[in-house]
Design a protein around this ligand. Structure first.
Ligand SMILES: [Zn+2]
Ligand SMILES: [Zn+2]
Length: 240
């Protein structure tokens, strides 16, 4: 695949009532993903625009059913829509609880939550629970089992030479014997290779700026090789 590869959005996949739609995933702009089953409505990485995208497909009653949000890491293109989503759910009078799963050490989510509760606690009708993740233990929500796993994502320091680790997760979701592996943002990572392998769908970032392997993102070649170990795969987060 050439480096001029451009992914088209949205990307949709469905097997055995296990449905996923990637509204978009563009580095430095936004990612936004919804997963639904018979019983579950989950959001993964609500970047900017998530409300607009949800509103195109669903009415408010469906959006109010969102019970769980999964955050791969705190970069703005993955969490930019959190504040407006939480506010919308409040304005529309959501009453059922909401869990937000995020990697331990992700200050962005904790700060947004703290500020949000400070501003809206007087009118908030639904309970928000922050669920910090610092291990790879599987758990079940609604009719989906979720296995978080650590990935290897970094951000450049101001000196332009060094980089620093960002608390980052991928998630493997399982429903009706089908599995979806979402790697979030990551450079080459053994854990992602293990988790993507044999998945029904692997969603792999190819965020590297060029063909040179880096410690920030995967190249298209790296991402394609990992994706091809799954039954189907999508390359996302490709620079445009
Ligand atoms: Zn990103
Ligand atoms: Zn990132």
């Amino acid at each position: 695949m050439s480096k001029t590869f451009k992914q088209k959005y949205p990307l949709v996949w469905e097997k055995n009532n296990f449905y996923i739609k990637i509204f978009c995933s563009i580095p430095n702009i936004a990612t936004g993903i919804i997963i639904t089953t018979e019983k579950a409505t989950f959001i993964v990485d609500p970047g900017d625009g998530i409300l607009r995208d949800l509103n195109k497909d669903y009415d408010a009653s469906k959006i109010l059913q969102i019970s769980d949000i999964f955050i791969s890491h705190g970069h703005h293109d993955h969490i930019g829509g959190v504040w407006s989503l939480l506010t919308y759910l409040s304005v529309m009078r959501k009453k059922t609880p909401l869990n937000i799963y995020y990697p331990k050490g992700c200050l962005e989510i904790e700060s947004i939550y703290k500020a949000f509760v400070e501003v809206y606690s007087h009118e908030l009708k639904y309970k928000i629970s922050l669920k910090e993740i610092d291990n790879s233990k599987s758990f079940i929500r609604k009719d989906i089992s979720i296995k978080p796993f650590k990935v290897n994502h970094r951000e450049p320091l101001d000196d332009g030479i060094n980089s620093v680790e960002v608390p980052s997760l991928g998630f493997k979701f399982k429903h009706n014997n089908k599995t979806i592996c979402y790697g979030g943002d990551t450079a080459f990572c053994d854990e992602l290779i293990k988790m993507a392998n044999g998945s029904d769908l692997a969603i792999i970032e190819a965020g590297a700026e060029n063909d040179i392997e880096s410690d920030l993102h995967l190249t298209i070649d790296q991402a394609t090789k990992i994706g091809e170990t799954a039954k189907e795969h999508f390359l996302v987060h490709v620079p445009q």
